[in-house]
Ligand binder design. Structure first.
Ligand SMILES: Cc1ncc(COP(=O)(O)O)c(C=O)c1O
Length: 396
């Protein structure tokens, strides 16, 4: 099997698994317990917090553990909304291609009287700091723009957007779930007020993540109860998962340079190979994207059939994000960058990790080329394109 769906989730690293085991088998105390056995878990927890903070250039007190990226996104947005409401500011700026954890939270706020401006995304999969500056109003309480898109991998100019927000005195949150552990991040230099991350995207365990909130940004708890996480997130901390997350992040950051150099080579090889398939196009800017992300649209096919046939050939991939595959709606991300419906349906996302090889890329190119050719041969839609009944969207 060739696993090329690392944006959906990753294999846990050995270091992460090793870091978790002692906190399940031996030091399994509750960090809130006052006796030494509990305090041993508490010390480990605080050590993990410091190590995660260091990877982001943050202070440990600025890190709150959550159940993952979705919870961190919800908490960041609802915090800014609550702070804004107290000042009569109920306008939020975001983009049309955010993850649903952001978009659905914004929908909820809209139903509560907030106004949301979703910025258009250019065909290259990028939004500009100027767009953000123009959208900010007197009553804007939050700008939330994802760092790298989960489907097409494009990387936004986060530091520049942060600078615009800082200048205008508006809180800035970024969903960096696809970025943390993959690109270097410095929350101070990049003018970030809040940032979401999730361990299972960088070879850590599932169901654990964190929200960075700059000193002075007082988080609104989503879960109420005990006094854990400085009363910002009640519930006994998942110590083993937190230890696994810290180990995975440290490892990812330590090897980032070599991993990315390798991923870039694999990505270019894969893109060059898939480019040879006629009537196909890369989604989003070719270079300004995550080192491991390859996203294509192919005319005249259905992404779902492509995935199933690739699965038969031992390739795990995705069309759009994991959460939208299974639904028949085309991806909101591809529509946001201006792909027509019929083309957005024929999408493929391959997300690589550094354990893959050049030979794997050859196998993927061979499998995709074969499956696309076959699907087109049985597609009435493709026949219409070939006979000129419908115009092609892409050049050959
Ligand atoms: C950009 C982005 N944000 C948020 C999430 C949600 O993260 P989690 O699965 O940890 O809740 C994901 C996961 O796919 C994502 O890719």
């Amino acid at each position: 099997m060739i696993y090329a769906d690392n944006a959906a989730t990753t294999r846990m690293s050995k270091a992460a698994i090793q870091a978790m085991l002692p906190y399940m088998e031996e030091a399994y105390g509750n960090p809130s317990s006052l006796y030494a056995f509990g305090q041993q878990a508490k010390e480990a927890l605080e050590d993990a917090r410091s190590r995660i903070a260091a990877c982001l250039h943050a202070d440990p007190r600025e890190i709150t553990f959550t159940s993952g990226g979705s919870e961190a996104d919800n908490q960041a947005i609802l915090t800014a909304a609550a702070l804004g409401a107290r000042k009569g500011k109920k306008h939020i700026v975001s983009t049309a291609f955010e993850h649903h954890a952001v978009l659905h939270t914004l929908d909820k706020l809209k139903s509560q009287g907030y106004e949301v401006t979703l910025l258009d995304v250019h065909a290259d999969g990028l939004v500009t700091p100027d767009q953000v500056a123009e959208a900010i109003r007197e009553d804007t309480c939050l700008v939330t723009v994802m760092y790298a898109n989960n489907e097409i991998g494009t990387i936004q100019p986060i530091a520049e957007i942060g600078a615009v927000c800082r200048e205008k005195g508006v809180l800035f949150h970024t969903d960096a779930v696809q970025t943390v552990g993959h690109l270097p991040i410095d929350v101070e230099k990049e003018n970030i007020d809040m940032l979401s991350l999730s361990a299972h995207k960088f070879h850590g365990p599932k169901g654990i993540g964190a929200l960075y909130a700059r000193r002075g940004v007082v988080l609104e708890p989503l879960i109420r109860g005990g006094a854990q996480e400085r009363r910002k997130r009640a519930g006994t901390e998942n110590v083993p998962a937190i230890m696994g997350m810290a180990a995975a992040l440290e490892e990812a950051c330590a090897h980032m340079k070599e991993s990315n150099a390798r991923l870039l080579r694999l990505r270019e090889k894969l893109m060059d190979g898939l480019d040879k398939i006629p009537y196909s196009e890369v989604n989003g800017d070719r270079t300004h994207r995550l080192p491991g992300n390859v996203s294509f649209c192919f005319e005249g096919i259905e992404g779902e059939s492509l995935l199933l046939l690739l699965d038969d050939k031992g390739v795990c991939a995705s069309s759009g994000s994991a959460c939208t595959s299974g639904s028949l709606d085309p991806s909101h991300v591809l529509l946001a960058i201006g792909r027509p419906h019929e083309v957005a349906h024929g999408s493929l996302r391959l997300s690589l990790d550094a354990s893959l090889t050049e030979a794997d890329m050859d196998s993927i190119i061979g499998a995709v080329t074969e499956v696309v050719t076959y699907l087109r041969s049985i597609s009435p839609f493709w026949r219409d394109l070939v006979t000129g009944k419908r115009p092609h969207v892409f050049a050959e």
